[in-house]
Write a protein that binds this ligand. Structure first.
Ligand code: NAP
Length: 288
């Protein structure tokens, strides 16, 4: 294996420690800590684990957690009313609606009800619009984590050829926009891209978020390229990503493992966004 392994756990731990320091400074200045409200509708076991992890991470960073668990048969109006209350609650700086919601609810419509200033997942159309405009705002967590990992490798993004495989609103599109913000030259690929391996081989920086286990093999990768694998799959032989780690690590210059690469970054940036939202709310309160 020739590639440097990008240690997402270590980078996420550093970000979380920085947030914890920032929370202490915020408390010293404002006399209260930032707050994050999570909403989990129903009892989906995987979502319970994710939300539990987010609440635990909040506690470790000194952020106040507000854990709301409405029943699985809660109506749109009930969840909308809860979001409205949290929007109005000054102790709550971030609101996260755990997705997916039960089938009878419209997840995207509910997300739209979150105050953009508290949209710590960066998923509302207002947040997406601000990202497209290059205006300040809360950026989606996983894509922000991808950029932080790239920065950690020291790879020069300005002028780099970057290829993003996947164009979802959750990952591919925001990653491409964030890379453009950093002056990379970005090509976006998707399921209809012709000769994907050839396009991918043009990349100095290759970000893969296709949702297809081990899609990217060594023949997709330029020697020395930096490869970020966002994919996450639980297969019979264990966890894997969208990148065939074994073969690609022989060719790439640096690569994220799965697990231990992008995964830990998402929660770290949820905490960072909550602190940023608290600071922005504090600045707004001082103006008024
Ligand atoms: P998604 O909504 O299913 O989007 C997948 C994208 O990949 C689509 O744009 C699709 O193209 C493209 N694609 C699918 N098959 C392809 C192929 N054979 N060749 C080229 N492009 C292909 O998935 P997502 O939400 O972006 O998630 C992607 C992966 O990241 C998943 O494995 C997910 O579990 C993982 N993920 C991890 C984290 C984390 O914290 N680590 C967070 C979010 C997601 P079309 O648009 O043409 O359909």
């Amino acid at each position: 294996m020739s590639a440097r392994i990008i240690d997402g756990k270590a980078v996420a731990a550093r970000v979380r420690a920085e947030v914890a320091e920032g929370v202490k400074a915020f408390e010293a200045e404002h006399g209260r800590v930032p707050g994050l409200a999570t909403i989990l509708v129903g009892e989906d076991p995987a979502s319970q684990v994710y939300v539990g992890g987010k609440q635990k991470a909040c506690a470790e960073a000194g952020i106040a957690g507000f854990d709301h668990r409405p029943p699985g048969d809660a109506s749109h109006e009930q969840i909308a009313a809860l979001i409205g209350e949290l929007n109005d609650d000054a102790a709550v700086n971030g609101i996260l609606l755990q997705l997916p919601v039960p089938d009878h609810l419209d997840g995207p419509a509910l997300v739209e009800l979150i105050d953009p200033g508290k949209d710590v997942d960066g998923l509302t159309s207002r947040s997406a619009g601000r990202l497209i405009q290059g205006a300040p705002g809360l950026r989606p967590c996983t894509p922000s984590g991808v950029i932080e990992l790239l920065d950690d490798t020291g790879v020069e993004l300005e002028g780099a050829q970057a290829v993003v495989i996947g164009r979802s609103m959750l990952v591919g599109k925001p990653v491409a926009l964030l890379l453009q913000e950093r002056n990379a030259t970005v090509t976006m690929c998707h399921s209809r891209t012709r000769d994907l391996p050839a396009v991918a081989r043009s990349a100095d920086v290759l970000v893969v978020a296709a949702g297809v286990p081990r899609l990217v093999t060594a023949d997709y990768v330029k020697p020395g390229a930096t490869v970020i694998d966002v994919g996450m799959h639980r297969l019979e032989d264990g966890l894997c990503g969208d990148v065939d780690f074994g073969s690609v690590a022989e060719v790439a210059g640096a690569i994220t493992p799965v697990p231990g690469g992008v995964g830990p970054m998402t929660i770290a940036f949820l905490l960072r966004n909550t602190l940023a939202a608290a600071h922005a709310a504090g600045a707004l309160a001082r103006q008024n």
